[in-house]
Design a protein around this ligand. Structure first.
Ligand SMILES: [Mn+2]
Length: 393
């Protein structure tokens, strides 16, 4: 009864949950709490769309122990880090440092320039550029947190060094089918971003109302990047609970959006125009678009790492398009073509990526790589489109 009365007077549901807890003398809100207050859980959930408890008691204990026993933690993520990878790494680093732990962020390869503004981005050690420094830090580490990564091979050149250190590892990730290589696995493919997992974790651990604006900013940026500014993979109501909590921790979400999605260079805009005008091939019958970009073209436009971020999404604006394929010659390895796939509705990019492009990912957003020339990569893409024609037409 208290819960319903209070809900009329307190606009902030998080505060409301806390007040309710005071009444009920509970330490945490979660499924157990809902069950105990109201066996028909639906009613309670409608009144309080609250955060999710992702860990059981044992896992919480294990997490606390692993962290408290460590002297130096290394937090890392996948190769070619995106906003969610960088956001989750930085949020974890900030949080651990705030709790007094010596912590370093190490990423396998550089992250795109449009993430430079993120709080703490300057301190990130980039393995491919600072190999010796990174190796020393990895060898010294007595705990690893691997974020936004489901397979150690996604650590690229860092893999051998990280896996060679027997220190315990914690995985926090939302990709499908995680490898079992960590002591503690927090894997939730149903969540929109690794940063969303972190929101729930921080909340469950009682850290949410202690988050600094910097930590909250990293979490929001990660969720925003993995959902294209909350335009896909973002229909679960609890995502907006996370956002509400992060707003109450002082983020400026409009500025974060501008920093990530509405900041460009003249060269990038010119390259985008060229890609759409010259390079976009529309396969009308297959409701598919293919774009290719070689290093030679990239140099012509003075394009930098990360400049092509988001290009693969553009063709999906065309009415009826179901699939967009972007074949991008790797800047470091010219014999490698990086493949990005984006789809709408039920088209399973991840299956196509696994079957044809040595990759994987999410249903609507996947990637892979081919060891071949661009011409051969185009042929593989055409074969993939044919194989999936029944789902595309
Ligand atoms: Mn992610």
């Amino acid at each position: 009864m208290y819960t319903i009365l209070v809900s009329f007077f307190i606009p902030n549901r998080y505060l409301l949950c806390k007040i309710t807890l005071l009444f009920l003398n509970k330490t945490r809100v979660g499924d157990k709490f809902c069950d105990s207050v109201c066996p028909s859980r639906k009613k309670v959930l409608i009144l309080f769309p609250i955060m999710e408890s992702l860990l059981n008691e044992n896992q919480i204990e294990q997490l606390r122990q692993l962290v408290s026993q460590s002297q130096h933690t290394v937090v890392c993520c996948h190769v070619n880090p995106d906003g969610d990878a960088v956001g989750s790494v930085l949020a974890i680093v900030h949080c651990l440092r705030r709790l007094g732990h010596e912590t370093t962020a190490i990423v396998p390869t550089p992250f795109p320039d449009f993430l430079d503004w993120m709080p703490g981005a300057d301190d990130i050690v980039v393995y491919s550029k600072q190999v010796e420094e990174a190796k020393l830090l990895i060898e010294k580490a007595d705990l690893f947190v691997v974020a936004d990564l489901n397979d150690p091979s996604r650590l690229a050149d860092m893999q051998e060094c990280v896996m060679g250190n027997p220190a315990p590892k914690i995985l926090i990730d939302h990709h499908l089918d995680p490898f079992d290589f960590c002591q503690l696995n927090v894997s939730h493919p149903e969540l929109c971003a690794t940063c969303e997992i972190l929101c729930h974790l921080f909340w469950q651990l009682g850290e949410m109302d202690k988050l600094t604006p910097e930590e909250a900013t990293c979490l929001y940026a990660g969720m925003m990047c993995d959902t294209g500014g909350f335009t896909y993979a973002s229909n679960r109501p609890v995502i907006y609970e996370c956002i509400s909590l992060l707003l109450s921790r002082g983020i400026d979400k409009d500025k974060i959006y501008r920093n990530v999605f509405w900041t460009s260079t003249p060269n990038r805009l010119k390259l985008m125009g060229y890609m759409l005008f010259v390079k976009m091939k529309v396969l009308r019958k297959m409701n598919t678009c293919i774009m290719t970009l070689t290093n030679e073209e990239r140099y012509r436009f003075g394009s930098k790492n990360g400049d092509t971020e988001g290009f693969v999404n553009l063709p999906l604006q065309i009415m009826g398009m179901r699939l967009s394929i972007f074949l991008n010659e790797d800047t470091e390895h010219p014999e490698v073509v990086r493949v990005s796939l984006r789809s709408v509705d039920d088209f399973p990019c991840n299956e196509m990526a696994a079957q044809f492009f040595n990759g994987g990912g999410h249903k609507n957003a996947s990637g892979g790589r081919l060891q071949c020339t661009m011409e051969e990569a185009v042929r593989v893409a055409q074969k993939a489109i044919q194989a999936y024609s029944a789902l595309l037409k």
